[in-house]
Design a protein. Sequence first.
Length: 235
Amino acid sequence: MHKTALVLFSGGQDSTTCLAHALSRYERVETVAFDYRQRHSVELQARLSVLQSLRTQFPAWAPKLCDDHLLDLGVLGQVSETSLTRDMAFKMEQGGLPNTFVPGRNLLFLTLAAALAYRRGLEVIVTGVCETDYSGYPDCRDDTMKAMQLALSLGMDRRFLIETPLMWIDKADTWVLAHQLGGQALVDLIIEHSHTCYLGDRVHRHDWGWGCGNCPACELRAKGFYLYQGRLGTA
Ligand code: ZN
């Protein structure tokens, strides 16, 4: 039985749900995020606010929630700014995805997470990747995760498990999962403290949380939330 986990935790809805999943399963949970200067400081602030709220509102989880790590990945800015990636970024944007797409970014995240997990003695790496909503990101697909699990385990000679609780569910069921894990208190915490909006908007408050309401991330989050409420109503 695995007892320890490292959660890739950005402070968004998905990774907060993944963190709750890990806290409900494992005895020691650490968190990691990457600062690559394309993020609004609002996201980094949201992480801290989610962590603090989990500690104060979920006494059963608080003792399991251990160190938080922030790794500087400024190098990613250099890659995304080259003209080589410009065409790709434009195409992804047409598909409703952000123009901040960096090829293989998630592969880098997982490699660094595994290196950190190795040093910290953590067995499971939990990440909120999902094929249902972001199939445009090839480095978030299930096959990629399985390949990474094998490559990292072989390359570091340590058996890692990459766990992806959201892989096959949509945004509405991510809210459902949060409700199952931590009840209305967790849903409320996610609404209030997690951050998804690409524009870093913490001015406009909606039923589903803070955000501009118009960017692809806000639209996805809002759509999922109202669908979730509908599913609650019919359940
Ligand atoms: Zn937005």
